[in-house]
Design a protein around this ligand. Structure first.
Ligand code: GAR
Length: 206
């Protein structure tokens, strides 16, 4: 897995791209030895595209609205990722559920960041779900993507406190800071060949 050839990342986004920005920064600083082969967005107006283009990274606008069903959209995504010879797919705020077409094309090689401590608060509005439930701690989870929604093997988690006066916005911002560190650490472990998946368990070699 390690070797001398940098791993090629395909990063899927839908929005602002703060996680993408930290990945770009850590690659440019030499902390993560990898290359971003492409950034793919299902939204034409995602600010993440501007961030990528500013760093000379190939961007692809790949709108789901142009497809009649999710599997054909995913099949087209796989074609794009293969064209760019991607080894690791990174879901950095990609707000779509993947079908078996994507999951089977990249077994244990799709990483997602989720803004809660899985398996709690899966799906959308995880931060609001945490507030509504009244938990004292939430956080973020980096996991491999399997056939379910936010159910794949967990790579890393970081705990973040919930404050009494938190709103969805303030909690999201606190969790996002933790996401940036957790996600880039997990990506570094992967590209350095230090992660092995054994069933549901992810073994990390330091
Ligand atoms: C992040 O908070 C990420 O956890 C969340 O979208 C945000 C993207 O922020 N992802 C999900 O909720 C996936 N279900 P960013 O565009 O600034 O990186």
């Amino acid at each position: 897995m390690s070797g001398n050839v940098p791993r090629r990342l395909g990063i899927l986004v839908s929005g602002s791209g703060t996680n993408l920005q930290v990945i770009i920064d850590r690659i440019e600083s030499g902390e993560i030895i990898a290359e971003i082969a492409c950034v793919i967005s299902n939204k034409a107006d995602a600010f993440a595209l501007t961030r990528a283009a500013k760093h000379g990274i190939p961007v692809v606008i790949h709108e789901n609205t142009k497809f009649t069903d999710r599997r054909s959209y995913d099949a087209a995504t796989v074609d794009i990722l293969n064209k760019f010879k991607v080894d690791l797919v990174v879901l950095a705020g990609f707000m779509r559920i993947l079908t078996d077409v994507m999951v089977n094309a990249f077994p244990n090689a799709i990483m997602n960041i989720h803004p809660a401590l899985l398996p709690s608060f899966q799906g959308l509005h995880a931060q609001q779900q945490a507030l509504d439930y009244g938990v004292r701690y939430s956080g973020c989870t980096v996991h491999f993507v399997d056939g379910g929604t936010d159910t794949g093997p967990i790579i890393m988690q970081t705990v973040v406190p919930v404050e009494q006066d938190d709103t969805e916005t303030t909690l999201s911002l606190r969790i996002q800071k933790a996401e940036h560190q957790t996600f880039t650490t997990a990506i570094k472990l992967f590209v350095d060949g230090k992660i092995r998946v054994d069933g549901r368990k992810v073994i990390i070699y330091q």
